[in-house]
Design a protein around this ligand. Structure first.
Ligand code: PLP
Length: 365
């Protein structure tokens, strides 16, 4: 099946009409990759699948929301869009705005966004404004500016973003022939995505497209864990910059997703995130950005705490768990280089290379 983008694929479930002109980069329909080795290594009852959202057109799940937000901004007659961003929203907004012929302005926290993301916003022609402040301050400013000017706000408080992003849940259920996984694990930053996925799972169940719903497992970074700690964090800290958010806009609906699904919102340290990030890349060949690895880190933490022991699968013998890998690893090469073993430099001689590879015979006889 040719992928014409997620609005075409899930038109019936989205707020578009026959006359809506769709702005798409043919996002969505991302692969669901089995990670049996990783699953077995974490817990004997776990069957892990990776929803590789890094394979969306701009390299993150933000494209799912952006195709809807930009389509509706055009339909509603806007000529400009704006967002606050930890990076991926700005990359996606800039690309879709370029495609639609809209002006785009993005507000980012100075020095705290991954290079890949910044390069995208710049090359797509957005006006990039760095503020000497954090994401939460940037979002407050964008809200104010969009109220006072005819500019469409395309952060996830824009309900069309949530509509687009809920299609990730539809795809997972479709891939599993009408059965939702037992668990879905994901990072939580501004909490739009956990809100969107839970909406998707509920709607598909209500439409008779799914037999069941998953427990939602959301993970924040320990230095930016307002939902877990129960209060906003003034100065959130984590190397997983995509979830470096101290006062999530969709806090309440994230709590609801956890409650209604019987799930968990927990936190993981940067150390645990970095380990999971490396482990995933080295054992399954899948490269995600640090924030995405918070989902794997969280599942490891829950497994160690015995969380899965008493759980029963909806079907079969294994607990099926889908991790949403929200962004591509190439977004943030600096983090990969800092987390991995350094390359070795040697003279251009076979012997020197064999020595590094551990293939040099110790010819001592
Ligand atoms: C935006 C983003 C998140 C956080 O999603 P929220 O909807 O803000 O909770 C996580 N990972 C990546 C890679 C992101 O770009």
């Amino acid at each position: 099946m040719h992928n014409n983008g997620l609005i075409e694929r899930y038109r019936k479930f989205l707020p578009v009409s026959e006359s809506t002109s769709i702005i798409t980069l043919h996002e969505g329909s991302t692969p669901l990759i089995p990670a049996y080795k990783l699953g077995a290594a974490i817990h004997k009852k776990l069957e892990i699948w990776l929803k590789y959202e890094g394979l969306n057109p701009t390299g993150s799940f933000k494209d799912r929301g952006m195709t809807m937000a930009i389509t509706k901004a055009v339909e509603e007659g806007y000529k400009a869009v704006m967002c606050a961003s930890t990076g991926n929203t700005s990359a996606s907004a800039a690309a879709y705005a370029a495609r639609a012929g809209l002006r785009c302005a993005v507000l980012i926290p100075e020095g705290k966004i991954a290079l890949g993301k910044l390069s995208q916003a710049m090359i797509h022609g957005a006006t990039v404004v760095q503020i000497k402040g954090n994401f939460d301050e940037a979002l407050a400013l964008v809200r104010q500016i969009c109220e006072e000017h005819p500019i469409a706000l395309v952060n996830s408080i824009n309900p069309y973003r949530i509509e687009g992003q809920k299609t990730g849940a539809f795809e997972i259920i479709d891939d599993f022939d009408g059965i939702a996984p037992d668990f879905q694990a994901m990072p939580v930053g501004n909490a739009g995505n956990i809100t969107a996925y839970w909406k998707g799972y509920r709607e598909y169940r209500e439409a008779g497209k799914a037999e069941n719903r998953p427990r939602m497992l959301g993970f924040q970074a320990a230095g930016a864990a307002p939902i877990v700690l129960g209060h906003p964090i003034d100065s959130p800290q984590t190397f997983a910059t995509a979830i470096r958010i101290g006062n999530p806009a969709s806090w309440k609906t994230a709590d609801l997703a956890r409650e209604e699904s019987g799930g968990v919102i927990g936190m993981v340290t940067d150390h645990q995130i970095r380990d999971a990030y490396r482990l995933l890349a080295a054992t399954e060949g899948v490269f995600c950005e640090p924030a995405s690895a918070a989902s794997i880190a969280g599942v490891i933490k829950l497994a160690e705490a015995g969380y899965f022991e008493k759980m029963k699968p909806f079907k079969g013998n294994f607990l099926r768990l889908v991790c949403i890998l929200t962004g591509h690893g190439l977004k943030d090469p600096d983090s990969a280089i800092a987390a991995a073993e350094k390359p070795v430099t040697v003279e251009p001689k076979e012997e020197a290379i064999l020595e590094v590879l551990g293939l040099l015979e110790t010819a001592m006889a």
